[in-house]
Design a protein. Structure first.
Length: 265
């Protein structure tokens, strides 16, 4: 039985920008997958949509879903701020032990979350890798080039950082800093602070509804600009562990007590 004050065992965060036709089928897929998980018998789950300034009437569908399903939450921006801002808002409002990221384009199978979760007990971040990409040639080429250059510069060892399907431990997202465009570098940012990262194959499907919001210009060239910022951050990152900690207040109290005893003798 789930108590009213239980924290969600998982939060799924999904940025959405003008994906009206995908909202209902994606919600149903996620609700079906999460409802049948064993963890849901003892703790709730939550699905957080972040509406990144949609202008296609998505807000009305979101309102209906929120009223129908208590597991669904919606954060609506006043305008378009970009994917990293949408992820950040979702992370800040998420209450789950595990936090999953996913695109809203229906090109991923929510059932593949189940492939990533077992590894989440061994790693701090588990990334999906699109096994057979169902995108056009230009998108595949630009992504492959960007991944190759990124690996050569920051050495994160991830083959497909553009795959949005990822599972994070909460401690990772509480620690890493986010700036505009940094969603492309989640694995590198996590590694920078000593977190463990791995990658496994997931399915990828053709887009059926809507249009991609990211082309060669903002997928390749913009990410190259950000790449050097991440390289600089790697060279300046503060990442340390405390071996021991002395409680100064205890020493002060001991000295005060010792002086007081000396005065009384």
């Amino acid at each position: 039985m789930i108590s009213d004050d239980s924290h969600p065992w998982i939060s799924v965060v999904i940025p959405m920008k003008d994906e009206r036709e995908n909202i209902t089928p994606l919600s149903r897929q996620l609700l079906t997958f999460l409802s049948r998980r064993e963890e849901t018998k003892t703790a709730p789950f939550e699905i957080i949509f972040v509406d990144d300034g949609s202008t296609d009437g998505s807000d009305r569908l979101f309102q209906d879903l929120v009223h129908e399903y208590s597991e669904i939450r919606v954060i609506s921006f006043d305008r378009n701020y970009g994917q990293t801002a949408a992820f950040d808002a979702g992370f800040r409002h998420a209450n789950g032990v595990w936090i999953v990221t996913l695109d809203g384009d229906l090109q991923y199978d929510p059932d593949d979350i189940g492939k990533l979760l077992p590894l989440a007990n061994q790693y701090d971040v588990v990334c999906g890798r699109r096994q057979r990409r169902n995108d056009n040639l230009i998108r595949r080429w630009s992504s492959r080039l960007a991944n190759g250059v990124r690996n050569a510069v920051i050495h994160d060892g991830i083959q497909d950082t553009g795959c949005s399907l990822k599972v994070f431990k909460r401690s990772v997202l509480d620690r890493i800093p986010l700036f505009r465009g940094m969603h492309r570098f989640f694995p590198a940012l996590a590694q920078m602070y000593g977190f463990s990262v791995t990658e496994i194959p997931v399915q990828h499907f053709p887009r059926v509804h809507g249009l991609s919001k990211y082309g060669v210009g903002n997928r390749l060239f913009t990410s190259l600009y950000d790449l050097f910022a991440v390289r600089w951050m790697q060279s300046r990152c503060l990442n340390y562990q405390i071996r021991d900690q002395q409680h100064v207040t205890n020493h002060v109290s001991s000295r005060i007590l010792k002086n007081s005893l000396n005065e009384n003798t």
